[in-house]
Design a binder for this molecule. Structure first.
Ligand code: NAP
Length: 246
């Protein structure tokens, strides 16, 4: 059993799906958790749903694509937690379209949320972490950042970039006992994959040796490991959790 009872965590995009699973797992391991959603309304709705399941976490509305809102998010999280030991950059979106039809807007929104969002939130967290000489930064990438995927030139570009971001920051901040790692989920059953047609899901299943989509809990298990002392010497790596598809 992983014990994170002396730790605090900020999880972006914790209202639903994978982020929500991560919030639950960290809280159940004893960590004090703050999470964000795109708006105050989605964040507060998730706080209530979590509370109904016996899980206490503090929710804040903030668009990670905004530098100012990300800074305010971290300021509020620090006020609530006192320190941020663990940062999970999970918030992300898709705007899938074949490249020929992909608009500048679909490109920009995905880059600004999935990649610049990680820059914005990490930028606000890094100084307090450096000062504390402790930090565990975990970025949620995707298997498609390594494999590519038709219809996801924008999304896969951000997820490939997450790997470069993770490996570079890992080298910059390690001397202060801050590690930075990424998790690359395969196909996980959430609202994001709910948008796929039955035929698309069937094609996906054929590529997954374990013959099922992953769950948020499958990804949260990786986060718990990387946030725990078991992974104190793991730095700059990408943990693929995908049922064996890559
Ligand atoms: P999801 O169910 O669609 O949930 C997305 C989460 O991100 C929500 O909490 C959402 O908040 C938040 N969010 C989106 N845009 C935001 C913004 N601009 N500012 C702040 N929060 C924002 O997605 P998911 O499937 O759990 O995916 C979570 C992460 O895993 C993403 O980075 C995704 O790329 C990655 N991933 C997912 C899969 C998969 O198969 N599902 C596979 C590989 C990687 P609201 O509720 O307020 O909108």
């Amino acid at each position: 059993m992983i014990d994170l009872s002396s730790k605090t965590a900020l999880v972006t995009g914790g209202t639903r799906g994978i982020g929500r699973g991560i919030v639950e797992a960290l809280a159940q391991a004893g960590a004090k958790v703050v999470f964000s959603g795109r708006t105050e309304a989605t964040a507060q709705a998730a706080v209530e749903e979590l509370a109904a399941r016996g899980i206490t976490a503090y929710g804040i509305g903030a668009d990670v694509a905004s530098f100012a809102e990300s800074a305010a998010l971290v300021e509020k999280a620090l006020a609530h937690l006192g320190k941020i030991d663990i940062l999970v950059n999970n918030a992300g979106i898709t705007k899938d379209q074949l490249f020929l039809k992909m608009s500048e807007e679909d490109w920009g929104q995905v880059i600004n949320t999935n990649l610049t969002g990680i820059f914005n939130v990490t930028k606000a967290v890094i100084k307090p972490m450096l000062k504390a000489k402790y930090g565990r930064i975990i970025n949620i990438g995707s298997v498609v950042g390594s494999t590519g995927n038709p219809g996801q030139v924008n999304y896969a570009s951000t997820k490939a970039a997450v790997i470069g971001f993770t490996k570079s920051l890992a080298k910059e901040v390690a001397a202060r006992n801050i590690t930075c790692n990424a998790i690359a989920p395969g196909f996980i059953a959430t609202d994001m994959t709910e948008e796929l047609s039955e035929a698309q899901k069937q094609t996906l299943l054929e590529q997954i040796p374990l013959k099922r989509l992953g769950t948020a809990a499958d990804i949260a298990g990786g986060v718990l490991f990387l946030a725990s002392p078991l992974a104190d010497y793991v730095n700059g790596t990408v943990l693929h959790i995908n049922g064996g598809m890559y």
